[in-house]
Design a protein around this ligand. Structure first.
Ligand SMILES: Cc1cc2nc3c(=O)[nH]c(=O)nc-3n(C[C@H](O)[C@H](O)[C@H](O)COP(=O)(O)OP(=O)(O)OC[C@H]3O[C@@H](n4cnc5c(N)ncnc54)[C@H](O)[C@@H]3O)c2cc1C
Length: 416
């Protein structure tokens, strides 16, 4: 059995794990991350790619702390992108918030400005162009443009991985799920986690993987995980539909959300299966297809004209904590979960990749206090695998094509 000692062991290589590893490695700690497949294979690369400025939450009356976290995360991601010339942010993308009356638009403008964010009203001529392509937009009268943009999270994660390697961080990529093989023993000095033929010894373990959390939580803490994992369906459009992110500030708000980024346009249709405890590319079942069909029928008429396009259907997880279960802070004060149910065992789950850097920063500060100066720097590790960041895997992993045509919708399973 290989013995691997490190200062922090992170489970799960999505944006939460990678940002945390990056922050810790920059401080000189020797951090090993274990991933059960390809880095960034789940939610972190299958989301809407919406780099949140915080404007949305300002308008939704979310506590201002969440808005501040978005602002901070936005700044950190933008800076990281610039410093490392990643070009992961689509600077030409826009967020447009559309309102039924000019009065409502003005109120929104005021709130966004009061929150220290930028936005400006869209002139009449441009507004007409926007509503021209939107179905049901007749009643809408004005719009605001904010600084929300889209980001290609693949590129972003690749940038993180490169930097982590440079700072001496290591990855262990395993081929299949390792939940059942995890065995945790706590001693006064370290956690011991046995995964396959490796024995990891670390004073601190951080579990980040959304899917992994409930089962590992129960295993390592002997308590039920106080959260729920939602499966969320992601439809990935194969064509760029437009270069705008559009949010309609009325009942259609959730029905039309076009996020054009270089990896494709995605739309999040919310939870399907509240009981699911694993995120996967499971086959889409007949009932779900029915559901998809209904949703797509509702959703795509957002365009005045039918635009034939292929959609990729993915299912990935979203994690939520039960309101009552939050011990340290009420839900909504922050947009991430950071818990220490047992000493030196942390659970981290960012509700948004936008704020993953903020959560990682906070946890790094906490862990540095606990760890003191780095001791393992430069130590050679056995079996460090070559990291692989998901290679736009959803293009190669198409389960269904959804063809939208003037005479209706056809959903075609992809053979093989
Ligand atoms: C449909 C959808 C749309 C979203 N849109 C946006 C958006 O527009 N903007 C935004 O800011 N945020 C968005 N989010 C939220 C954001 O994507 C997530 O909050 C964030 O990616 C979670 O990161 P994570 O690292 O915790 O989880 P994940 O990215 O899911 O990473 C978990 C990692 O753990 C690994 N793992 C799983 N099981 C195991 C195991 N047994 N052992 C080891 N490793 C394991 C997985 O392979 C994966 O790499 C969206 C989320 C969803 C689902």
């Amino acid at each position: 059995m290989n013995k691997i000692e490190c200062e922090v062991l992170i489970l799960g290589g999505g944006c939460a794990g990678l940002w945390l590893q990056y922050e810790l490695c920059r401080k000189g700690y020797f951090v090993v991350l274990v991933e059960n497949g390809i880095l960034g294979q789940y939610a972190s690369t299958r989301n809407q790619g919406w780099l949140q400025s915080g404007a949305l939450y300002t308008l939704r009356n979310t506590p201002s702390a969440v808005v501040e976290q978005c602002k901070e995360g936005y700044k950190r991601i933008t800076k990281f992108d610039q410093i490392h010339s990643l070009n992961s942010i689509d600077k030409n993308s826009q967020a447009i918030f559309v309102f039924p009356t000019p009065r409502e638009m003005e109120k929104a403008l005021e709130r966004i400005t009061n929150a220290g964010l930028q936005s400006e009203p869209i002139g009449n001529r441009d507004f007409k162009k926007i509503v021209a392509v939107l179905y049901g937009a007749e009643k809408l009268q004005s719009a605001l443009q904010t600084t929300d943009v889209t980001v290609d999270t693949y590129l972003l994660l690749r940038g993180l991985v490169a930097n982590i390697l440079e700072c001496g961080g290591r990855f262990y990529l395993l081929e299949d799920t390792l939940v059942d093989q995890i065995d945790g023993h706590e001693s006064s000095m370290h956690w011991e986690i046995v995964i396959k033929d490796c024995r990891f010894l670390a004073p601190i373990v951080v579990c980040t993987a959304g899917t992994l959390i409930p089962r590992v939580y129960s295993k390592l803490t002997a308590q039920d995980f106080p959260g729920i994992v939602k499966k969320a369906t992601v439809f990935t459009f194969h064509q760029r539909l437009c270069r705008r992110l559009v949010v309609i500030q009325d009942v259609r708000m959730h029905l039309l959300n076009l996020s054009p980024f270089s990896a494709g346009t995605t739309a999040n249709m919310g939870g399907l299966d509240l009981e699911a405890d694993s995120a996967c590319d499971a086959d889409v079942e007949v009932g779900q297809i029915q559901y998809l069909q209904e949703i797509i029928t509702d959703f795509l008429p957002g365009f005045r004209s039918w635009i034939p396009c292929g959609l990729t259907v993915y299912i990935c997880q979203k994690l939520e904590l039960k309101q009552t279960a939050i011990k340290s802070q009420p839900l909504g004060i922050r947009h991430y979960i950071l818990e220490e149910p047992r000493q030196n065992l942390f659970f981290l789950y960012p509700g948004k990749f936008t704020i993953a850097p903020v959560a990682a920063f906070e946890l790094t500060r906490k862990l540095s206090e606990r760890l003191g100066s780095p001791v393992h720097k430069g130590k050679t590790v056995v079996h460090a695998s070559r990291p692989v960041v998901a290679q736009r895997s959803y293009f190669g992993n198409i389960t269904h094509h959804v063809l939208v045509q003037s005479d209706g919708i056809r959903i075609i399973p992809v053979a093989g």
